[in-house]
Write a protein that binds this ligand. Structure first.
Ligand code: FPP
Length: 246
C-alpha cells in the first residue's frame, strides 16, 4: 500500500517513551542501573527491528528536561550510560546506514557526552537509512518556547513579519523539523501521558500505551503496536471515508 493514497500502511515515524526500567529492576531485586543497562540493550534491538519493518524515522525519549530532578547519582549514571552506548553502537549503526540526530538542549551536558553526540551525528550524516532521533535533555515545551523566542527575535530585528507566522513557519524551527510528524507514539510502563514529549508533533499521532516495561519490550511487542496502528482510521479532523454523504 502506498503512502498518501488514503490506505493505512505501516507508520513512517515511530516515537517511543521508554518507561519502566526502574520497576523492572526493582521487581528482580536489582539496582535501577541494571534496568537502565537492559533498557539500552532493548533500544539497540528496537532500532534494528524498526529499520527492518520499514520505519523511516524512530525517535527515542532517552532523557527528559525533567529527568534532572532525579538523584544526582542516577543522573550521572544515565548520562554515562548514554555516552558509552553512543560510542559502542556507532559503528553498527553506521554499517546499517542509520543516520543519528540528538534533539534537545546540550548546554548542561558534560563535554565528553557532547563530543560523542557530535561525532555520531557527523559520522552518520550522509546515511540515508533509518533516521534515529535520540531526545536528550528534551522537552516539548522547551522546544516550543525556544522557537517562539527565535521568531520573536527575528520579528524584532525586522526580518520576519509576525503576520507571516503560521504552523509551517513555526514548525520549521522545531527540533524534529527534519522528519514528518510521528504517526505512532508508544509509551511503555503502564502510564498514559505524554510527559512533555513531542507536544507539537504528536497532535495527530496514534497513541499506544502498553503495560510492558521497557526492558521487556522486544520485536513482538513492537510488531503488535505496528499491527494496532495499521488498524486505526486516521482522519486528521476529517470525517470517516464514505461518511461525507450523511
Ligand atoms: C525510564 O525508566 C527510562 C529512562 C529515564 C531512561 C531511558 C534510557 C535508556 C533506555 C538507556 C539509554 C538509551 C539510549 C537510546 C542510548 P524509569 O527509570 O522512569 O523507570 P520507572 O518508571 O520504572 O522508575
Amino acid at each position: 500500500m502506498g503512502r498518501g493514497d488514503g490506505q493505512i500502511s505501516g507508520p513512517r515515524h515511530v516515537a517511543i517513551i521508554m518507561d519502566g526500567n526502574g520497576r523492572w529492576a526493582r521487581a528482580r531485586g536489582l539496582p535501577r542501573a541494571a534496568g537502565h543497562r537492559r533498557g539500552a540493550r532493548v533500544a539497540h534491538e528496537i532500532v534494528e527491528v524498526a529499520s527492518k519493518a520499514g520505519v523511516e524515522a524512530l525517535t527515542l525519549y532517552a532523557f527528559s528536561s525533567e529527568n534532572w530532578r532525579r538523584p544526582a547519582h542516577e543522573v550521572r549514571l544515565l548520562l554515562n550510560l548514554l555516552r558509552r552506548t553512543i560510542k559502542k553502537e556507532l559503528a553498527a549503526l553506521h554499517a546499517n546506514n542509520v543516520r543519528m540526530d540528538f534533539v534537545g538542549s546540550r548546554s548542561r551536558f558534560p563535554e565528553g557526552l557532547i563530543q560523542e553526540m557530535q561525532r555520531s551525528e557527523a559520522h552518520t550524516a550522509a546515511n540515508d537509512g533509518l533516521r534515529l532521533n535520540i531526545a536528550v535533555d528534551y522537552g516539548g515545551r522547551w522546544d516550543v518556547v525556544r522557537q517562539a523566542r527565535e521568531l520573536a527575535r527575528q520579528a524584532r530585528s525586522g526580518t520576519l513579519d509576525p503576520d507571516g507566522i503560521d504552523e509551517s513557519v513555526f514548525g520549521a524551527g522545531l527540533s524534529l523539523a527534519h522528519c514528518s510528524a510521528p504517526d505512532l507514539l508508544i509509551r511503555t510502563g503502564g502510564e498514559s501521558r505524554l510527559s512533555n514529549f513531542l507536544l507539537w508533533e504528536a497532535a495527530y499521532s496514534e497513541l499506544y500505551f502498553t503495560d510492558v516495561l521497557w526492558p521487556d519490550f522486544h520485536a513482538d511487542t513492537l510488531h503488535a503496536a505496528i499491527d494496532w496502528f495499521t488498524r486505526r482510521e486516521r482522519r486528521f479532523g476529517n470525517v470517516a471515508a464514505g461518511a461525507s454523504h450523511a
